[in-house]
Design a protein around this ligand. Structure first.
Ligand code: ZN
Ligand code: ZN
Length: 276
């Protein structure tokens, strides 16, 4: 451990980077358990049709596009993770603590800090990627999924995947310099929460109850309709886990709550359906 503290800052940063690339790869390779959700989206099951956010099924062309860029992201990160794993095999015990005596509230606080900061990072980098030039050259790949399936959650241009993945080394750098090591359980919780919420955002089916968007306790959590509207209308709703930043910055779509409730009542045509 003392060896770590004698390293130059740039070497520590490379170690952080090594950690993130391995974690990201585990997360990406860990995607297959979520594939059933993909099939729920692309197979037209009558029971679920009522809860589809966009009634129209995703086009075959879009699904093939998503698969292609999902596999490309997987490839890019596997290669990079391999390189960093080869050069920095010790980072796991350097950056992360496995201390069994750590109180639960500390682990919980670390987890909450990760997701709040990640949501902030995501919101602002996402807004940046909607700048005309970045959108056309980078973010457009993700927006080819106008009617997203769960595979769209990793359907990115490689540059965008790098931007998303830069969060964790940056977080660890700031956290490490400020508070020291992070507990492995907080990291694992984030690694489960991130892809789960990412897949939920691209599920194409709303599973939250009608009251969810109006309750003063739950309206702060982004729903599948929240992100689906972003894909469909290509404006507003830049947040990942929460609606804080969209509400603060005025980027919440005015029709969000009514669109959410209309999904619960298929007898009323939603503007999503009308515009298809
Ligand atoms: Zn976007
Ligand atoms: Zn998306």
């Amino acid at each position: 451990m003392d060896y770590y503290f004698t390293l130059d800052l740039w070497k520590k940063f490379l170690i952080f980077l090594g950690l993130v690339f391995q974690l990201y790869t585990i997360q990406t390779v860990g995607f297959p358990p979520l594939l059933p959700f993909f099939f729920l989206n692309i197979v037209n099951i009558p029971f679920l049709r009522k809860r589809r956010i966009q009634e129209k099924m995703p086009s075959r062309r879009q699904v093939i596009y998503e698969v292609k860029f999902y596999l490309l992201s997987l490839f890019v990160f596997t290669v990079i993770a391999g390189v960093f794993l080869f050069f920095f095999p010790l980072y796991r015990i350097i950056v992360v603590t496995f201390d069994l005596a750590t109180p639960f509230y500390v682990i919980l606080a670390q987890f909450i800090a990760v997701i709040l900061l990640h949501d902030t990072y995501f919101y602002w980098t996402h807004r940046m990627m909607h700048h005309t030039k970045l959108y056309r050259w980078v973010h457009l790949v993700h927006h080819k999924s106008v009617n997203p399936t769960p595979l769209a959650s990793y359907s990115f241009h490689p540059w965008e995947t790098l931007v998303h993945s830069a969060f964790f080394p940056l977080f660890l750098l700031v956290w490490g310099l400020t508070f020291g090591k992070i507990h492995i359980l907080a990291v694992v919780a984030w690694l489960i929460y991130y892809p789960t919420m990412n897949v939920y955002g691209h599920l194409g089916i709303e599973i939250m109850p009608r009251w969810f968007v109006r309750s003063k306790f739950t309206k702060w959590f982004a729903t599948s309709v929240h992100h689906n509207l972003h894909h469909h209308k290509n404006r507003g709703h830049y947040g990942l886990y929460f609606t804080f930043w969209d509400r603060i910055c005025g980027t919440t779509m005015p029709e969000y709550e009514t669109e959410f409730e209309k999904v619960h009542d298929r007898r009323i045509k939603t503007s999503l359906e009308v515009t298809i």
